[in-house]
Design a protein around this ligand. Sequence first.
Ligand SMILES: Cc1cc2nc3c(=O)[nH]c(=O)nc-3n(C[C@H](O)[C@H](O)[C@H](O)COP(=O)(O)OP(=O)(O)OC[C@H]3O[C@@H](n4cnc5c(N)ncnc54)[C@H](O)[C@@H]3O)c2cc1C
Ligand SMILES: *[C@@H]1O[C@H](CO)[C@@H](O)[C@H](O)[C@H]1NC(C)=O
Ligand SMILES: *[C@@H]1O[C@H](CO)[C@@H](O)[C@H](O)[C@H]1NC(C)=O
Ligand SMILES: *[C@@H]1O[C@H](CO)[C@@H](O)[C@H](O)[C@H]1NC(C)=O
Ligand SMILES: *[C@@H]1O[C@H](CO)[C@@H](O)[C@H](O)[C@H]1NC(C)=O
Ligand SMILES: *[C@@H]1O[C@H](CO)[C@@H](O)[C@H](O)[C@H]1NC(C)=O
Length: 606
Amino acid sequence: MEFLRLFHTAVLLLSLTWSTEADLFSKATRTKADERDLRNSVFDFIIVGGGTAGCVLANRLSAVADWKVLVLESGDEENIDYDIPAVPTMDYRPILWNFRTERNGYSCLSRPGGSCEVRTGKVLGGSSVVNDMKYTRGSKADYDGWHSTGALGSLDWKFENLLEYFKTSEDNGDYDILMNSFYHSRGGEMRVQKFKYVDRYIEVFSNAFAEMGFRNLDINTNVPEAIVFNQFTVSNNTRLSANSAFLKPVRHRKNLTVMKEATVTKIVIDKQEKNVDAVLYEIEKGKEKPAYVKREVILTGGAINNVRLLHLSGIGPTADLKKHNITALFDLPVGQNYQDQVSTGGLAFVLNDVAPVTENQVINDFKTWFQNRSGPLASRGINQVSTFIQLYENTNAPDVELALEGNFIRSDKFMLTNVSVHAAEESNLPLPYYNLVNIYPVLLKPKSRGKVMLNKRNPKYGRPVIQANLLKETEDLDTIVDSVDIALQLLDTKEMKKAEVKFAPLDLFPCDRLTNRDQWNCITRHYTKAMGRPVGTCRMGENSKESVVDYQLKVHGIEGLRIMDASVMPTHVRGGIFAATMMIAEKGAKMILKDWKENKGHYYNR
Ligand SMILES: Cc1cc2nc3c(=O)[nH]c(=O)nc-3n(C[C@H](O)[C@H](O)[C@H](O)COP(=O)(O)OP(=O)(O)OC[C@H]3O[C@@H](n4cnc5c(N)ncnc54)[C@H](O)[C@@H]3O)c2cc1C
Ligand SMILES: *[C@@H]1O[C@H](CO)[C@@H](O)[C@H](O)[C@H]1NC(C)=O
Ligand SMILES: *[C@@H]1O[C@H](CO)[C@@H](O)[C@H](O)[C@H]1NC(C)=O
Ligand SMILES: *[C@@H]1O[C@H](CO)[C@@H](O)[C@H](O)[C@H]1NC(C)=O
Ligand SMILES: *[C@@H]1O[C@H](CO)[C@@H](O)[C@H](O)[C@H]1NC(C)=O
Ligand SMILES: *[C@@H]1O[C@H](CO)[C@@H](O)[C@H](O)[C@H]1NC(C)=O
């Protein structure tokens, strides 16, 4: 039965891809090599995207002895350069998708081309190779908001039911944090810990926040406000991406195949049966190859790329697809409900008397890291401190993270008026050498909603249209500006005065003539920063009008297709989304095991 279906699919696909070779699978002319090729391109599970969620899933599914698993990833292997914690993540451009938001009249106005860069990783490990590695889970209220409709299936997503999945992956290395065993655990694949290296200004800034009344707490214990000494996903002072934590250790498994530089361009669906037969992927542009699936295809391409693939496959809003002459097989709101966390540049502080670091010292520090995994490069400087603030009383959760990042500016500090916001942000030395501190007020739970669509001229290879609509809702702007007021109060603390930390008078053109709130409104609209944490485009929910997947992460109306990454989050969690994405993959893997092992696949009735 199964074989027949596959055979049927193979023929169908061949006529679709290389019709001239359609006799390849007719039994009479089939050679042994052809048969091997066919057998080798059949998998129980196909994971589309070897990113954050994809690596977790690859590990969990290939642990089942009789399952054959394929991972298809557009990017290449992870490189050791990205392992050094202190290398600013700005330097990771070669392994990024080149995504930008569309121009609009109200955000990213002074960024190049009037649009914001949206950074997401294109490499095994995905965005977990290019991110800041901060381990923050968000608040209980966020997860509880995901199931507020009370639909039965949604109750699985109550925060209290999710904790076990966070803890499955976690290997927490800090005893003060681990003591709270309700929230934390050890023994999982993902090492999480603080850096030991602490410099003078880490102390100055955290003391100043303490003077303002914030307390030093573990943000992952459902507290609304805290000074946080961030925990990072590092092991032996080396970046631990989802790839190095979950995929690398199991690459030897015979039944796991990882294909690099392979981009999936189509999901092949049997229209009658409404189930997924195969995917087409390209290693060389224009040369599509099939991979057939027996059980399920799982999308983990992230909130932007999933949209492109689904739309190209005829899954999306009918009106959007029609513009590209693509017949909508399934009319689903794929690409809608786009959200990204948002911040602004321009809020910077100059440090007093920081001696410029010499080239020799930097070289020695690199040597120390490579030989002993220690020294200043085994840290992220002031990035180790964040302060989460609750501005409004409505929920027991933070509204903004004041995220700190150091930079070294080679300029007379009294002439900083000549330094552009761009120059203040573009790090030219590793993070621990800094004489300027940027404070990014990160809006954790944006109200604005955007949309992702196919590229108009080149739907298959061109970068998708991202109408991010950052700051479209005035409330989002107001929250950021309210938090800037609080950040500026730092300057009034005894601690900052003693250390002679000053406000950095950057060149804020065209906002330089304005004052107070008008000025910060202007700065935020001009120097907007998209955080590169997109969610929501394949949101989960009850029905196919408002959501793309159900609470089992199955695409509405299609058998054998699930989505298990950040794109299914209906809204942001108030923190980064790295930990939450791993949790979704852990939970998803458990669902698959349950359906196919405990229920013996009868759920699928294939
Ligand atoms: C600069 C930056 C800093 C960040 N810092 C933090 C932080 O400190 N803490 C935090 O919690 N979060 C942070 N984040 C966010 C977080 O890391 C990501 O949002 C999260 O890892 C996304 O996981 P994902 O699995 O959804 O997608 P990704 O990890 O991006 O994985 C998607 C993968 O799929 C591949 N792919 C896509 N389409 C296809 C296709 N058609 N065929 C084959 N392969 C495909 C991609 O190449 C990619 O490898 C940061 C993000 C950025 C960009
Ligand atoms: C899959 O891998 C597991 C673990 O390495 C192994 O026990 C099993 O025999 C493999 N199965 C197949 C079909 O290769
Ligand atoms: C869609 O098809 C119509 C009619 O065949 C054609 O005129 C139009 O140019 C096509 N549009 C695109 C985007 O391919
Ligand atoms: C690494 O540590 C060893 C032992 O402490 C020391 O001798 C060596 O100099 C260190 N290497 C570097 C480059 O710091
Ligand atoms: C950390 O990395 C260094 C350099 O590769 C290595 O010598 C050391 O043994 C590692 N330590 C641990 C605990 O893995
Ligand atoms: C700063 O700008 C002023 C006016 O444009 C110019 O005269 C001065 O030389 C600049 N200073 C530096 C350090 O570039």
